[in-house]
Ligand binder design. Structure first.
Ligand code: XIL
Length: 330
C-alpha cells in the first residue's frame, strides 16, 4: 500500500530518512526502499566537517555531491546536516582553531559549502546541539571551540552567513533532549526557547527548530500536554518545526521481537500523534530507514547481543509495526 512519503505528502508533510553514500552504494535494496518510502533524505555523514574538510584550506565535496545527485536522480528533496557542530570534526580542527582565525574559519566553511549546494538544499541544520545545561552557563550554551573562540554570537553569525550564501534554503537550529517529561528536558526546552527568542529578536534569519527525537521505548515519561505546549511556543515565534532524526532505542526492551516491535511502534505512534497535531510541523525524518543500517547498533547496542530494531523497515527491508505506526500518524 501507499508509501510513508506519499501518505505524508497528502497531509502536506514530508517524510524521509538519513542515508549515507556507503550503504546506498552497497545495497540496491536500500536504494529501492529509500526511493519508494521517502520524499526527502538527509546526509548522515557527508556534510559534516570530518567528511568535507580534509585540511583547514581544502574541501572534498565528492561524497556529498554523490548524495545530492542521488536525491536529484530519485526526485527526492535533500537536507544538509550540519554546518556548525562540536562533533565529527576533523583531526586538524582543535590543533588549528584559535581566537584569531575562528570566525574566518566558520564563515569560510559556511559560505563555501552553502554556496556549493545553493538551490539544491531543502533546509540546512545550520547549528546542531548548541545548548548543554551541564556546562552551567546562564544562557545554557554548550562550551564548544566555537563559543570559546568566537563568543556567544557565533550562532547568529552562522545563520546570517548561511542566509547570505543561499537565500532560498530553510535555516534550522537542531537539538535533542527536548522530548520527555523530565527536569532536564524541561530545562533544555526552556533554554532552547530562549535561544530562539533571542535570535528572532535580533532579526536572525532562522526559520525552524529541528527536534532530533531520539526516543527510548517506554523508559521515560512523556507528557503530551507539556510537549504540545512547547511545540506551540516554538510555532508562536514564527518558526516551523522538523522532526529531524527520530528513532526508538530498544536497548532495554525485552528480547522478544514481538514485544519489542510493539513497544517501538507504540512509541512512534504516541509521539507522532502529538507532534502532527501541531500545524507548524512540516517534516518527519527517521535516522535511517532499515534496521540493517542504524547508528544505534554501535551507539546503543543491546547487552544480550540481539540486533536492535529501531526503524520502520527490518534488516531485510520489510515493513514492521513501526512502519504502520508512522503511517497511521500521518
Ligand atoms: C551520528 C551518525 O549516525 C553516526 O554514524 C556517527 O558516527 C555519529 O553521528 N545527532 C546528530 C547526528 O545530530 O549527526 C548523529 O549522527 C546522531 C546524533
Amino acid at each position: 500500500n501507499m508509501s510513508l512519503g506519499k501518505r505524508a505528502l497528502i497531509k502536506g508533510l514530508l517524510y524521509g530518512a538519513a542515508v549515507n553514500k556507503d550503504s546506498l552504494s552497497a545495497n540496491p535494496q536500500l536504494v529501492a526502499s529509500v526511493a519508494k518510502e521517502c520524499a526527502i533524505i538527509v546526509s548522515e555523514w557527508e556534510l559534516k566537517w570530518n567528511f568535507l574538510r580534509p585540511t583547514s584550506t581544502s574541501f572534498d565535496f565528492m561524497p556529498a555531491d554523490w548524495l545530492a545527485d542521488f536525491a536529484r536522480t530519485h526526485g527526492l528533496l535533500f537536507r544538509g546536516h550540519t554546518l556548525v557542530w562540536h562533533e565529527a570534526m576533523p583531526k586538524w580542527f582543535l590543533k588549528t582553531i584559535n581566537s584569531k582565525n575562528a570566525k574566518q574559519l566558520l564563515l569560510e566553511h559556511i559560505t563555501t559549502v552553502v554556496k556549493h549546494y545553493a538551490g539544491n538544499i531543502h533546509s540546512w541544520d545550520v547549528v546542531n546541539e548548541a545548548i548543554n545545561l551541564q556546562d552551567r552557563r546562564s544562557d545554557g550554551l554548550r562550551k564548544t571551540p566555537w563559543l570559546q573562540f568566537i563568543g556567544r554570537d557565533y550562532i547568529e553569525i552562522a545563520f546570517r552567513a548561511a542566509a547570505e550564501a543561499d537565500p532560498k534554503a530553510m535555516l534550522v537550529y537542531n537539538d535533542y533532549g527536548l522530548e520527555y517529561d523530565t527536569p532536564e528536558h524541561e530545562a533544555k526546552r526552556k533554554a532552547v526557547l530562549n535561544l530562539l527568542k533571542n535570535l528572532k529578536s535580533k532579526g536572525t534569519p532562522i526559520h525552524a527548530l529541528g527536534i532530533q527525537s531520539h526516543l527510548s521505548g517506554n523508559e521515560t515519561r512523556f507528557n503530551s500536554q507539556k510537549f504540545q505546549k512547547f511545540l506551540s511556543e516554538i510555532a508562536n515565534l514564527d518558526l516551523k518545526i522538523l522532526i529531524t532524526e527520530i528513532d526508538v532505542k530498544d536497548k532495554n526492551l525485552p528480547v522478544d521481537l514481538k514485544v519489542r516491535d510493539r513497544i517501538v511502534a507504540a512509541t512512534y505512534e504516541d509521539y507522532l500523534s502529538v507532534v502532527l497535531d501541531e500545524p507548524a510541523v512540516i517534516a518527519v525524518l527517521t535516522w535511517g530507514l532499515s534496521d540493517r543500517y542504524t547508528w544505534l547498533s554501535e551507539y546503543q547496542p543491546r547487552r544480550d547481543g540481539a540486533k536492535v530494531r529501531p526503524l520502520p523497515l527490518d534488516a531485510n527491508f520489510k515493513r514492521k509495526l513501526a512502519w504502520n505506526a508512522i503511517a497511521r500518524a500521518f
